[in-house]
Design a protein around this ligand. Sequence first.
Ligand SMILES: C[S@@+](CC[C@H](N)C(=O)[O-])C[C@H]1O[C@@H](n2cnc3c(N)ncnc32)[C@H](O)[C@@H]1O
Length: 201
Amino acid sequence: MLVSILAISPFSLAQIKSDLDKKVEQFLNTHKREWRDMNVPYEDGKILYDLIVKNGYTSALEIGTSTGHSTIWLAWAMSKTGGKVITLELNERRYKEALKNIAEAGLSEFVDARLGNAHDLVKQLPGPFDFVFSDADKDWYTQYFINLESKLKAGGCFATHNVADGQADADFMNYVKNHTQFTTSIDRTSRAGIMISYKKK
Ligand SMILES: C[S@@+](CC[C@H](N)C(=O)[O-])C[C@H]1O[C@@H](n2cnc3c(N)ncnc32)[C@H](O)[C@@H]1O
């Protein structure tokens, strides 16, 4: 036992990580132009990845898995911080395809993918979360935020997609921007727009 523990040197642990990085990068680059199910573009995935790694977040929730492009970016970030992402999807075909994609990218151990209606699942999940990515039904954006605001840790981040392309409605935007417990900005380097709301400490 002792021998096998000692056999895992810091070098071999680093090697395992870099092998995973190579696998994920290869998957993302190979499939970069193939996402067809309302998936975020590569650049937006990178924004989410950077937010998680920069802040060291470890307990993420994604609403709207689709076929798993953003989930792969979130899970890759989790592989850096030692965390896990729960992701929710209603459509069985997309859910199954996401599982396949996540496995092909080598990231299954960092993902808890659930098939079901997020309207119910979000209420049932106890949390707490330190990162939320909201990217499902836009007419439910405010309700998701309300259901999750108390489950988000102080210092945590609630990221919402499609806030600069007319998909998120003004009532939602105003609700979040005027929320006294959150500091909100919009990343407009994303063509769709990502609203980034940090919960005050
Ligand atoms: C914009 S796509 C998500 C794209 C994904 N985040 C990506 O970048 O790869 C929205 C997804 O949310 C799912 N969805 C819509 N309403 C839902 C609900 N009430 N519960 C769970 N999933 C839902 C849709 O089936 C769709 O696959």
